[in-house]
Design a protein around this ligand. Structure first.
Ligand code: SPQ
Length: 433
């Protein structure tokens, strides 16, 4: 295990093209839906990251036949009724998506199982999922009344629910919808803000009928899914690191291809445009059920902005890198309504503020976000990742603009979402003149 990595780029510029690797959210769901469906599912563009491999491992333990060949995955399943009861604990690693969505899937399955994740997952709140699932009749037992893993699930028959979500969360929405597939009656989920809709899109892609009107989703239970072909777009949350780098590193021009452009995920593009970044987007024709295209970005004068409200779920995972971007913007950037950051892989408000302060940023934590004053020249330092991939990548991008080296602990944590991050970064770095 590599315990630290020192990044000393001098004063680089970035030039070139990066093909953005598969979307983590869509990759997880492709395995889950392929395992629930009857027949063969093939997946193209799958993200072979630690988190997505945790999902594959869990379904393999249920007897689903999954073969991985690079970005290509084949899933053979006879449907949920044919799953085996696992004689091992299902290990969800560092992945909140795997843990929460599997709880929804397993609740209405014919099997009993136990889920556990790594140290970070064991601290992340699960009641947001176990409470509505219990209201549907799920039999779940976990620490602190179902708040923390390990959680034991005894699959049982479920009833539909009309659920008004207290938080904007695609994981909560998805867990309920996946449970609803095996529940009696029509389930209705009302969101407070629109969160990423990959589950709704994939339900339709696998042949289910789901109605979405404004922020209300309706799904009739008892629908069967049929295996299909899934094309996974590139992950805009991964592209975000290169979008920010493209804007703030001098003499830079980057082309990012294969980028997922699902409108529930493109908040980062809205923010870059509001800050005055020079970027150009080309939607491409493709055979994915999700929108995708190419984004070109170049060095830009950026200005501070305000980020809050319904924009937050559309860029929640991009806030660490947006904070770094804001340190280079003229004026004040205010990020608010983002308290969900406190329950990610680590408390991302504290982590971002602590680490960027170490580099000399003018940044202050608030109850629901942060305030950044820019522009500030950043210096090097020793940064902690807190085992959080997004903090690790923020620190690595910061190293491109610091006056001296940045050392990060535990660079390997980045592989939960972006295993070839450093390789792709190195491919576009032009050494200083
Ligand atoms: O899967 P995990 O660990 O929760 O991953 C994160 C991330 O930064 O990659 C969050 F920590 O992404 C979530 C995202 O924040 C992935 C996700 C999904 O695929 O449905 C939804 C978001 O979480 P939430 O809690 O808002 O539903």
């Amino acid at each position: 295990m590599v315990t630290s990595k020192t990044l000393d780029y001098g004063q680089p510029s970035l030039q070139g093209t990066i093909r953005i690797p598969g979307d983590k959210s869509v990759s997880h769901r492709s395995i889950m839906f392929g395992s629930i469906a009857e027949g063969t599912t093939t997946v193209e563009g799958f993200l072979q990251s630690d988190d997505c491999l945790s999902t594959i491992d869990c379904f393999s333990k249920l007897g689903v036949e999954i073969t991985v060949d690079g970005e290509y995955v084949r899933i053979e399943s006879n449907g949920i009724q044919a799953w085996n009861e696992p004689n091992e604990i299902l290990y969800t690693g560092n992945s909140g998506t795997t843990t929460r969505l599997m709880l929804g899937i397993l609740a209405g399955s014919p099997i009993s199982s136990v889920l556990i994740g790594d140290e970070s997952i064991q601290k992340r709140p699960m009641k947001r999922v176990t409470n509505p699932l219990k209201q549907m009749g799920a039999k779940l037992i976990g620490r602190e009344n179902g708040q923390y893993t390990p959680i034991a699930v005894e699959g049982t028959s479920l009833q539909s629910i009309h659920y008004k979500m207290p938080v904007a969360s695609a994981q909560v929405k998805s867990a309920i919808l996946l449970a609803a597939l095996n529940a009696e009656g029509e389930t209705v989920v009302e969101e407070i803000e629109t969160s990423r809709d990959h589950t709704e899109k994939m339900l339709q892609h696998f042949g289910a009928s789901v109605s979405v009107e404004d922020r209300t989703i309706r799904l009739q239970g008892g629908q069967k899914l049929t295996g299909t072909h899934v094309v996974v777009p590139g992950d805009i949350s991964s592209a975000a690191f290169f979008l920010a780098a493209g804007a703030i590193v001098p003499n830079t021009k980057l082309t990012l291809t294969n980028v997922g452009l699902n409108p529930t995920r493109t908040g980062i593009v809205d923010v870059l445009q509001a800050m005055g970044a020079k970027l150009c987007i080309n939607d491409s024709e493709n055979n994915s059920h999700e929108q995708m295209g190419t984004i070109e970005i170049e060095t830009s004068e950026v200005t501070g902005t305000e980020i809050g409200g319904d924009l937050i779920p559309r860029l929640i995972d991009e806030i660490p890198i947006i904070a770094l971007l804001a340190t280079q913007a003229v004026g004040k950037t205010v990020i608010k309504n983002a308290e969900e950051l406190k329950v990610k892989e680590t408390n991302r408000i504290d982590a971002v503020v602590n680490e960027l302060k170490k580099l000399g940023a003018n940044i202050t934590a608030t109850d629901d976000g942060m305030i950044i004053e820019g522009p500030t020249s950043l210096h090097g330092g020793e940064l902690k990742t807190y085992g959080d991939h997004r903090i690790g990548m923020m620190a690595a991008i910061a190293a491109l603009i610091t006056s001296s080296a940045v050392t990060i602990d535990n660079p390997e944590c980045i592989s939960v979402s972006y295993p070839n991050f450093f390789e792709q970064l190195d491919s576009v770095v032009l050494a200083s003149l």
